[in-house]
Design a protein around this ligand. Structure first.
Ligand SMILES: Nc1nc2c(ncn2[C@@H]2O[C@H](COP(=O)(O)OP(=O)(O)OP(=O)(O)O)[C@@H](O)[C@H]2O)c(=O)[nH]1
Ligand SMILES: [Mg+2]
Length: 1303
């Protein structure tokens, strides 16, 4: 912005101090001009601008930065002013002794008389457009288009580096197509830098120099983290200035810290190097002044302060973009500025009588946008990223003598080494406006020497009342007039009203007034402003920032016409972006895929093994590891050798013989294809079957491309098979089915096939038939090829394949093959056609159809075998290769956050930008391990990734492939694979990118906890270990939760069931040596309402100070659309409740539903509608409306038929048939029987049971079935608890509350 560029107009040109050129970065040293201008130049300048009064001498604090550039051939040195608020380069010609075109052999006029620029301050330049060689910081631009000011009243040239749309636009309307190319854009075009971005940092008050670094950052020049925050666009969505949300301000000194608040939070502030002072909303500025004892004159709109306050030890901490955003501390020595260049003026009256007066660096302004000028910016290292529309900001390291320049790697790359400020959405939250205690005030003034003539050093900060007096009292105003009078006299006295330049230079001018003038140039005419300042007390600066902005945007500063160069920048940017985008489409990526890459992917299979508990998943996986040569020996689940299965590595798993955590491994399977051996690479996850660990299946299914669904040959589809089926369907995971335990008595694979068809509703057909049954089971007939497969050798390693089918099975095989073809004909067009033509498909046609239909989620081929007896596993591995997808076969989608979460396909191609999903976290002895599925791009050791959730940047120091609990280090992992990485702090389900794509991926489904229990370590000394363990468990397992009950102060853990919680209590004991006491398991009840009820609630409280007033009217009723979710709506007409209070009502409703009125459990299925209400002029607030809504909800809850819900569990019990009667009796008491299935020996009963009734059920079941019965439970839905139970629960809760109240 050229706001104060005019302020410096009179200063002398200086030489550049630093010019350095590294690849992709151009660094340019800038020095503030310290010398006064020669008199004739100053005169001309004075004529030029309305704000020229401040243009006198040096002073360190004066804004405006100049750099040495070189123009023409041979080059002429020019010192040009840097302007972050415009986008053009132009230079006055030789008449101003700035640039002499006739001496340049490369000078070429491209637009005669077409250059015409007007500034809002009234200054202007007209002339030609020309191209010539332009150099800065060692970078040369051969054909830079620039303006030549042949007629101009500005003595120096300008280099704009701001948003093109701000000022460097053609014509008078803003449009992206008329953007004029500016310096950074041209540097990108010339490939000198990679992106349109630069870092700009100033040094402290004393050195008055700074640097601009195009295309990169210098990591040694700032302290702490460089945080990225988003720039605020205009209401039309355009980016025109570096406008960011300021969301906090604290005053800090040795006596305390004050949080200063403003009605205007979040405050839009423009970071504007070139404006000397900073301008904040009046309410905030007043608090700042009060902290430091600055005095304000309404006449002059200026705050002044004793100069001694330069030594004050306090500082102000500016916060941006929400509570977790960057903070920049600005110390007092940056905020107290000399008013003049000679001896300082002295306070003639008032509390600082006799002391030197200085200008205070923070002034007030009446409307947005506010400005943070050099008094702020000197303390901040700022990176301006015009491509991503972000700013990187950190505190400047004034003492740094070192340099480490990091270029932006590419056009759209984010600011290097910067992380996005988290929770930027919070930046829109308006904090509560409070009055500070001014605890820091004493510390600000403490120790600052007082003036000898002042009565008693610095006075304590003025109270608000005194302030208002100061603001209105004529006497005080007069005092300031006196003060200015002194100045006016000095200026006009001896030499008369006109004064002389010489005198003016010596006499110094009140810069702040001029700065304000320059901010209000829209209405202050040049001469008018001069007059106003000259008239001192009568200065009236009533203009608003909007007016000023409006005039800027309506084109007061514009290029009249341009020629060929007008759209160059936009074109260059657009073309680069289009090229990048075109290269990233799935089609383009697929087309570029090399044969090697395609071959690699074709042989990758990411698969999961999932099934009902105990069906043999781990036993199967153990065989896979053995047959692929990954492990040399087979160890059984709870085997006699006492080793335990490799994949069940946890001690508890081995003891209990169940899988608790999923385990990942990888292996190479050599498959015979057309007489050749082809190697397939498997990434494999063995999941647990128990429903309490269902999250493990959930996340495996989220990231895997295919699955092997294992079924028991005797039981077929069981309760958890149905759960797993649901999970596979949720994530569209194609599957093959493997009927295990073919050696068991009563094994019947065809019953399992039938059950898959009928219960899971997936067309399924056996592609094998067994040879021999139960103990005689020795192999299978492959129905596709009609050949015999048998196994011998140690553990069945030798697969003996013979063509043809055993004679006794011929007819059966034909029949089953026909069934397979018919089933395929139902789901596959090609087979359907052959079938209708009564043609027999070839084995290749069948195979191809099975693959198509399986990947298309329309079919599952069923294989069979026995893992324990080592039969049938190898053909199942072949089937994984034949029928399950490779990573390129299945669509994987990400959500493009820059396009309203539009889905975009990810392509597993190594050279595309990286996108991966962290799906599982685990702490192991070597540190935090994050399992990651790489969807796109490759990941190299040492690479940086960005977490899409919080934009945090992390380095990946180590990549491993997991083999259960062992690891193998790798340097790189390719697209489509699964790996684990160390050193990444994240949550499970986080998306990672290399920073080039704005993608996130949908997260996985996390079921709600149904059971909880209170827990506490037996020894208080174990508290640390306890909380460490709990933190770890919660991080690793999203279904495990912990909270401290507010009322009972007990620690409550909750999870998926008794076993789930049990395992964690046990792991605490074993892994952390913490013994715990646990309470009785509790049910996670819910509360809801059953009918419509109206309310009209008035909150009116008065207690001395401001009161609380809010009236809300409306109704609550059951949420018919989703009985598990709450819904809030407002239908207020006529603005009886303003919008901001309505959003407070919404929050109030949310809070009320967290703790239901009956039991303090969550409320679900409630709708609340606010239809009307009332506010009070002074007493209404967000707080009052939030509270009123909560109270209205609670009060109306009983009228709306509030009731307690309890979880109903789908319970499946299996036992030998003879116990059917006993079980029926057991279940009658506990729930509703949904289904019973009686098999040959076993029967299965499914019932919906109240969880409450199921505590201790295992003991009863054991007693009723002589230990032969089994059961599993899974949450089904919530239903109203029986009335007597509701009554009892509510009474108990009330009693508890009562006892707490009386305590
Ligand atoms: N008869 C027979 N038993 C088997 C077979 N496969 C596994 N088992 C047994 O079934 C029991 C459960 O096997 P696991 O491999 O632990 O089953 P899982 O599916 O991994 O169990 P979870 O992970 O706890 O759900 C073990 O005792 C195995 O020995 C088989 O083919 N035949
Ligand atoms: Mg297992």
């Amino acid at each position: 912005m050229k706001a104060v560029s005019a302020v410096v107009a009179g200063a002398l040109l200086a030489r550049s101090t630093l010019a350095e050129h590294i690849d992709g970065v151009v660094s340019w040293g800038i020095t503030q001009r310290r010398q006064p201008p020669p008199p004739e130049e100053a005169r001309r300048l004075r004529k030029r601008a309305s704000t020229f009064e401040e243009v006198i001498t040096n002073e360190e604090a004066r804004g405006g930065y100049f750099a040495t550039c070189r123009l023409g051939t041979p080059s002429q040195d020019l010192s040009l002013q840097l302007d972050t608020g415009s986008s053009d380069i132009w230079v006055p010609d030789s008449s101003a002794k700035v640039f002499n075109p006739s001496r340049s052999s490369t000078f070429d006029v491209v637009g005669q008389d077409e250059f015409d620029i007007n500034y809002v301050d009234g200054s202007s330049a007209t002339g030609d457009y020309f191209t010539d060689v332009f150099e800065i910081g060692g970078a040369t631009l051969q054909n830079m288009t620039m303006g030549l000011g042949i007629k101009t009243d500005i003595a120096y040239g300008l280099v704009g580096v701001g948003y093109a749309l701000n000022e460097a636009i053609v014509g008078t309307t803003q449009s992206a197509s008329s953007v004029y190319p500016n310096l950074p854009v041209n540097m990108v075009k010339e490939k000198l830098i990679n992106t349109v971005a630069y870092s700009l940092w100033l040094n402290d008050l004393d050195s008055s120099s700074g640097n601009i670094l195009f295309g990169g950052i210098d990591t040694r020049k700032y302290k702490g983290d460089l945080l990225r925050i988003n720039i605020i666009p205009t209401s039309q969505g355009l980016y025109t200035s570096f406008n960011v949300p300021m969301t906090g301000l604290q005053a800090v000194s040795s006596s305390g810290t004050d949080v200063l608040t403003s009605e205007s939070f979040p405050i839009p502030v423009v970071l504007d190097s070139g404006t000397t002072l900073s301008y904040l909303p009046t309410d905030l500025a007043r608090q700042v002044w009060k902290e430091v004892g600055a005095l304000y004159s309404p006449e002059f709109q200026l705050a002044v302060i004793p100069c001694d306050m330069q030594n004050s030890q306090g500082y102000f901490s500016f916060g941006f973009a929400g509570p977790s955003g960057p903070r920049i501390n600005v110390s007092m020595n940056e905020l107290v500025l000399d008013l003049t260049s000679g001896p300082a003026p002295v306070f003639t009256t008032g509390p600082y009588k006799g002391m030197d007066a200085c200008e205070f660096g923070i002034q007030n302004f009446s409307s947005a946008p506010y400005l943070l000028g050099d008094t702020f910016l000197r303390s901040a290292y700022v990176v301006y990223d015009l491509v991503n529309n972000q700013i990187g900001i950190a505190e400047t390291d004034f003492n740094s003598t070192e340099s480490n320049i990091v270029p932006f790697p590419s056009l759209s790359a984010h600011i290097p080494s910067a992380t996005a400020a988290p929770d930027q959405s919070q930046a829109t939250v308006q904090p509560l406006v409070t009055t500070p205690a001014y605890a820091a005030s004493a510390g600000f003034t403490n120790g600052v020497s007082s003036s000898p003539s002042a009565a008693s050093g610095l006075p304590p900060a003025l109270g608000i009342a005194q302030f208002s007096v100061l603001a209105v009292s004529m006497a005080l105003t007069m005092r300031y007039c006196t003060y200015y009078g002194w100045w006016l006299e000095a200026l006009h006295g001896d030499e008369g009203k006109s004064g002389t330049i010489q005198k003016q230079r010596n006499m110094r001018v009140v810069r702040a007034v001029a700065a304000l003038n320059s901010s209000s140039r829209a209405v202050a005419t040049r001469t008018g402003a001069v007059r106003h300042v000259g008239l001192g007390c009568r200065t009236q600066l009533a203009t608003t920032q909007q007016q000023w902005n409006a005039s800027r945007l309506s084109g007061l500063r514009y290029f009249s016409r341009t020629r060929n160069c007008r759209d160059a920048a936009a074109d260059a940017l657009r073309a680069a972006k289009e090229l990048a985008a075109a290269n990233m489409t799935p089609e383009a990526a697929a087309a570029r895929r090399t044969p090697e890459e395609a071959a690699r992917l074709e042989r990758v299979r990411n698969i999961g093994i999932a099934a009902h508990i105990d069906s043999g998943k781990t036993t199967v996986t153990e065989r896979i590891l053995f047959y692929t040569g990954k492990s040399k020996q087979i160890h059984e689940v709870r085997g006699r050798d006492g080793v335990g299965a490799k994949m069940d590595s946890m001690e508890l798993e081995r003891e209990r013989g169940i899988t608790i955590q999923s385990a990942a491994t990888f292996a190479d399977w050599k498959k015979k294809e057309n007489g050749k051996e082809e190697t397939y690479h498997f990434n494999l996850i063995d999941t647990p079957g128990h429903i309490d660990f269902t999250i493990e299946v959930e996340r495996a299914m989220r990231v895997l491309d295919g699955a092997v669904m294992v079924l028991c040959a005797v039981s077929g589809v069981q309760s958890q098979t149905i759960t797993v089926d649901r999970q596979m369907k949720r994530y569209n995971v194609p599957r093959i089915s493997f009927v295990n335990k073919m050696d068991r008595m009563g094994a019947n694979p065809f019953k399992a096939v039938e059950m898959i068809n009928s219960k899971l509703k997936i067309p399924a057909a056996a592609i094998q038939i067994p040879i021999g049954t139960e103990k005689e089971f020795e192999g299978v007939v492959d129905l596709v090829e009609m050949r015999t497969i048998k196994f011998d050798g140690n553990r069945g390693v030798n697969v003996k394949v013979s063509n043809g089918v055993p004679a006794d099975l011929q007819a059966f095989a034909e029949e089953k093959r026909q069934e397979l073809i018919e089933k395929l004909a139902d789901v596959d067009d090609e087979i359907a056609e052959l079938f209708l033509d009564e043609k027999t498909p070839t084995p290749q046609q069948i195979k191809a159809a099975i693959r198509r239909a399986t990947i298309g989620l329309k079919f599952t081929p069923v294989l069979m075998g026995t893992a324990l007896a080592n039969t049938g596993i190898q053909p199942m591995l072949d089937a994984v290769c034949d029928y399950l997808p490779n990573p390129a076969d299945v669509p994987n989608l990400a959500l493009d956050r820059s396009k309203k979460e539009e889905p975009v396909a990810l392509v597993p191609y190594n050279t595309l930008p990286f996108v991966g999903l962290a799906f599982k976290l685990e702490e192991n002895p070597y540190g935090q391990l994050t399992y990651m599925r790489v969807y796109q791009g490759s990941l190299k050791k040492g690479q940086y990734l960005f977490n899409a959730r919080n934009e945090k940047k992390v380095r990946i120091p180590r990549i491993v492939r997991m083999h259960s609990n062992e690891m193998e280090d790798v340097n790189e992992i390719g697209a489509g694979e699964i790996c684990a990485v160390f050193g990444v702090e994240c949550a499970s389900g986080d998306t990672f990118t290399d920073g080039r794509l704005p993608y996130g991926m949908s997260s996985m489904f996390v079921p709600d906890a149904v059971m909880s229990l209170s827990i506490k370590p037996k020894k208080s000394s174990d508290a640390d270990a306890f909380s460490k363990a709990m933190n770890r468990f919660m991080r690793e397992d999203p279904t495990f939760r912990l909270h401290v009950d507010e009322e009972s102060e007990e620690t409550i853990i909750s999870g998926m069931g008794e076993l789930h919680l049990d395992i964690y209590v046990e792991r605490l004991r074993r892994e952390y040596k913490v013994d715990c006491e646990t309470g009785k398991p509790r049910v996670a009840y819910r509360e809801t309402i059953s009918r419509h009820a109206d309310f009209d609630f008035l909150l009116k409280r008065q207690s001395g100070g401001p009161g609380d007033y809010a009236r809300v009217m409306g109704y609550i009723e059951p949420n018919e659309e989703d009985p598990e979710k709450n819904h809030f709506e407002t239908r207020v007409t006529g603005g009886t409740i303003p919008d901001k209070y309505l959003s407070a009502c919404g929050k109030g409703f949310e809070e009320a539903t967290l703790k239901g009125p009956l039991l303090g459990h969550r409320v679900i299925g409630a709708t609340m509608v606010i239809t009307d209400g009332a506010t009070h002029v002074t007493d209404s607030s967000d707080y009052a409306f939030n509270l009123a809504t909560q109270m209205a909800f609670r009060k109306t809850f009983p009228d709306a038929g509030g009731q307690v819900l309890e979880p109903l569990m789908k319970t499946t019990i299996t036992a030998p048939v003879e116990f059917q009667g006993n079980i029926l009796m057991l279940m009658n008491k506990r729930g509703t029987i949904v289904d019973t299935e009686v098999g040959q020996d076993e029967f299965t009963m499914i019932a919906d049971c109240s969880l409450n009734a199921m505590f201790g059920f295992s003991t009863h079941l054991r007693a009723a079935t002589q230990g032969k019965g089994e059961f599993s439970m899974e949450f089904s839905h919530y239903a109203a608890a029986p009335p007597h139970l509701q009554k009892e629960l509510v009474a108990n809760y009330q009693k508890e509350l009562e006892s707490k109240r009386t305590k």
